[in-house]
Write a protein of this length. Structure first.
Length: 241
């Protein structure tokens, strides 16, 4: 027999009586006390942290588990994307659009079913991960000669982004082929004898914090070049990882 219309509080023991044409028996021994089971309450305190095309969502367990252990949670974004857990109080919703605001709600599930949704989180927009960036300044400390023309090249590489660089590359394009004449310092140089040079960091000056340049520690790349006619400056670009 099933007893209906109970609430999710601890109730007393149950007894049973039998009835026939002669009347009703005495009560049975009392059963052990039981707690009726229902769906969990709504989770609370939903917060979210933006990632790149994703948002990490955290929350608190409901005040009531409905009389049965919670077996999982489901998070739903205002855009319909979801993530689930088997009891953890955090998960990451993926497949979101960077720059678009999303809110999130959470539901808890136990053996009796799924409870109501939490209050929505504050809106948060995923953002693209910051990437290393750099700028370079190419100059000469001196030039001389007319054919060939010589130049003592100095390069200052600056971290122009918001995250630390691991390495950098400066690409130089000269008006005409140039040849490296003397020892290269604080860098490696490829392309001697051609129009295009690739200048890369060495082990001690590739990592630059935001706003820092290779002048720190006197680690600016330097080298001497020569080519036909008077020295003419190159154009250049800088890339970082």
């Amino acid at each position: 027999m099933i007893v209906h219309r109970l609430t999710s509080v601890r109730v007393g023991a149950f007894t049973v009586k039998a009835t026939n044409a002669a009347g009703t028996s005495a009560a049975s021994a009392a059963s052990a006390s039981v707690t009726p089971r229902t769906v969990p309450g709504a989770p609370t305190g939903v917060t979210s942290v933006a990632g790149n095309t994703s948002v990490a969502v955290t929350w608190f367990a409901p005040a009531s588990n409905g009389g049965s252990a919670i077996t999982g949670y489901a998070v739903t974004s205002s855009g319909g994307q979801t993530c689930t857990t088997t009891g953890a109080l955090t998960c990451t919703v993926s497949g979101l659009t960077n720059g678009t605001g999303y809110t999130f709600t959470v539901k808890a599930t136990n053996a009796a079913g799924t409870g109501g949704a939490s209050a929505a989180s504050a809106s948060v927009a995923p953002v693209a991960a910051a990437t290393p960036q750099c700028t370079a300044t190419v100059s000469t400390s001196s030039t001389w000669g007319t054919n060939p023309g010589y130049g003592q090249v100095i390069i200052v590489v600056r971290n122009s982004g918001t995250v630390t660089t691991n390495s950098w590359t400066v690409t130089l394009v000269w008006p005409h082929a140039m040849t490296v004449n003397r020892t290269v310092a604080n860098s490696t140089v490829a392309g001697s004898g051609s129009v295009t040079y690739t200048v890369k960091n060495v082990s001690y000056n590739g990592s630059l914090a935001a706003g820092v340049d290779t002048s720190t520690g006197s680690h600016n790349p330097t080298f001497q070049v020569y080519g036909a006619g008077v020295y003419a400056a190159p154009i250049w670009t800088c890339s970082a990882t």
